[in-house]
Design a protein. Sequence first.
Length: 457
Amino acid sequence: MKLIFERDNGVKSNYLDKCEVSYKLDDKLCRGSDVKLPEVSEGELCRHYTELAGNAYGVNNGFYPLGSCTMKYNPKINEKIASLSGFTDIHPLQPKQTVCGATEVIELLSKNLCELTGMDKVSLQPAAGAHGEYLGLLLIKAYHRDNNDTKRNKIIIPDSAHGTNPASAAMAGFEIVNVPSTKDGLADVEKLKQYLGDDTAGLMLTNPNTLGLFDKNILEITDIVHKAGGLNYYDGANLNAIMGIARPGDMGFDVVHVNLHKTFSTPHGGGGPGSGPVGCKSFLAKYLPEGEQSIGRVKAFYGNFLVAIKALTYILSLGSDGLLDASQTAVLNANYLKSCLGDSFDIIGNGYCMHEFVMSLQQLKDKTGVSALSFAKALLDEGIHPPTMYFPLIVHEALMIEPTETESKQTLDWVIDVFMALHKRAMSGDDMKNAPQKTYISKVDEVSAARKPILKA
Ligand SMILES: *Cc1c(COP(=O)(O)O)cnc(C)c1O
């Protein structure tokens, strides 16, 4: 594919309106010569982006079971509502009475998120899940500081946690204590008890956890953390299994973030900005960015407002029955795949899973040499985006599969056929080391790419 610079046909086009605002920069800040930007006609520009889009793979192209990331279909009505000029042509500094609709969106979404999570107050400022975690942890820190309990500097995190959890806790200035998982894949409550003490600031947990398992000891877990003087943080990046069924607030959690760009169907990855609202119980609300003892702003104005509109559109168009149905279908789809693949693949955890499940390809690798990596590359040739790989870290050769509720049984049956066929290929001696071959860029030499990177043309 040609670069846009190689498409340069010297045609000057004025795509942008002339800017009416001017500002004289200090001469020493200015360039000596013009920037060399490509000049192409509108038609050539369209071809460039259409070609780029054709070479990318997204949830609109096909099955995308990226566990934990929830690549569900993004309904087009969300985009339609978010592009209404009443939303796009306003400015956060406008007088409040001129933007009543926008403030209503913020209030209504916050109210719905409170209802779904069992929290009392929400801030829409954070721009991503990890950003929300950081804000949530600062709330916990402010709470202990206000109680003159400053020796509470440890956050306890299960070893199956998403990598952002320990990273956010470290950024917020905490030390991290890892709780191991039991062989059933749940947090080890006896170990947790040993770690709790007067230096415990809190616990960070996601339930269902990253193995797709619901921790049935959750009430005991949050209770012993509270009794030790700590607070409970719920990583709600992915509420796909529990909407309308269970609420973090009822499980004993004090703070939660949710990812609008996962559960609430707003695009992510290359497709759009994220949003990671944080909810908390009323005793922490004063520390929120908007509160009277605020920990401070974490983002300009009201966060990624257009993402909030898309999420609210999703919530209102589904309604409470629709959200419940989405969760039940997400869990059903995951269990259907899991049980159909369970005879051939080694699935982690007994019994039912929630919205996702994890398989280990360690046994397959030992027998055939086909690793999770090779298997995932072979899936690319079949037109399937690989599942999340090598995560959670506690499972060797892990593939983490989340089909989501927006896939039909027809698609799931096809996926099962593909997995079984690849399994058969592996067992018959094909090591799949050359896959993928049918993609835009076929098997790359990752070792040379890492050792001798070519960083410019
Ligand atoms: C995606 C995810 C996060 C982080 O969210 P980002 O928006 O990527 O920062 C945190 N925890 C879990 C369980 C996740 O799936």
